[in-house]
Each structure stands twice: as C-alpha cells, then as structure tokens.
Design a binder for this molecule. Sequence first.
Ligand SMILES: CC(C)(COP(=O)(O)OP(=O)(O)OC[C@H]1O[C@@H](n2cnc3c(N)ncnc32)[C@H](O)[C@@H]1OP(=O)(O)O)[C@@H](O)C(=O)NCCC(=O)NCCS
Length: 143
Amino acid sequence: MLLVDEGTVLAALDILTKEIVHAGGCFAAGGLSTVVTRREARGHGYGRRLVTAAREAMAARQLDLGLFTCDRPLQAFYESAGWRVLPGAVLIGGTPQAPFPSDQPGFDKVTMADFFSLKSRKAQASLRNSRIELYPGEIDKLW
Ligand SMILES: CC(C)(COP(=O)(O)OP(=O)(O)OC[C@H]1O[C@@H](n2cnc3c(N)ncnc32)[C@H](O)[C@@H]1OP(=O)(O)O)[C@@H](O)C(=O)NCCC(=O)NCCS
C-alpha cells in the first residue's frame, strides 16, 4: 500500500496475511510490515494516514483480525491510527522448526491488534497474555 503525491511515494507498507490457529480456532490474520515514511516527509501525519487505511483495508478484505508487533516507542503512533495493544501477547514468528518470538532477548516489542469479525472478538480474551503461533516463515520472520 502506497501513499503517493504527484508521483512521489510519501509512505509505504506491506499488508501480509495468513491463516493462524489459536485455541482451537482458525483465523484469517493480517499484519503490517515495512511501514515507512520518506525521511523528509516524516511528522506530517502521512504514516498515520497509511496505517489507518491499512486497518480499514484489512477489515474490508474480511480478515478476522489484524495482528503485528512494533517497537514499544511506536505504540502511540499505531494507537493514533486506531490499533490497540493486545496486552501480554507474544507473536511467535519464524517457523515451528526455527521459532522467532517477539519477546526474545534484546527485543522490546508490543503486540498491536484490531478485531474485525465476531469470531475474533469472541477470541480476544484467549489471545491476550498468550503466545500466538504466527509462523509466517523465513522471509518476513515476524510481523
Ligand atoms: C514510524 C514512521 C513510519 C512514522 O511516520 P510519520 O509519517 O512520520 O508519522 P506521522 O507523522 O503520521 O506521526 C504520527 C504520530 O506518531 C509519532 N511518531 C512518529 N514516528 C515516531 C517514532 N519513530 N517514535 C515515536 N513516535 C513517533 C509522531 O510524533 C506523531 O505523533 P503526534 O501526532 O502526537 O505528533 C516513520 O517515522 C518511519 O518511517 N520510521 C522509520 C521506519 C520505522 O521505524 N517503521 C516502523 C516499523 S514497525
């Protein structure tokens, strides 16, 4: 997803999706990756506009939920775009053979989420304070 002004890309991000299984339920999950605003265009609200649009696009694509991690200092940035902290949740990236958890030493990550479907809203409590097996693979190891 790109925010473009007269041919100049101001901000960009990737929406990644996959099915996850948690507490016996299967959910279509989307996540944000490679969120970036052009250096000289930062601080003008472009990033917020794009991550807001990404949340709305995930809901429109009828995903069950949006789920990703970010560095703790960026929590307020994502919250200002409508994302919410999923308290105590850890995403396990990588693969089952080579897990890449968001709480590994040296990382200070928070898990952000939004719940689009009734099914995911019902699962919210079980997703809090849990380790969520995301396993997106070896390329985008962690959302
Ligand atoms: C993070 C990033 C995408 C924000 O883009 P931006 O277009 O400058 O953000 P906005 O102008 O929409 O800022 C919205 C709010 O977030 C805050 N914010 C932005 N970047 C921040 C940062 N790095 N740390 C803490 N707060 C930040 C802004 O201060 C602003 O708050 P305010 O409205 O209270 O002033 C941009 O700084 C960037 O590209 N950083 C490098 C890449 C990166 O870290 N990506 C995130 C990967 S999870």
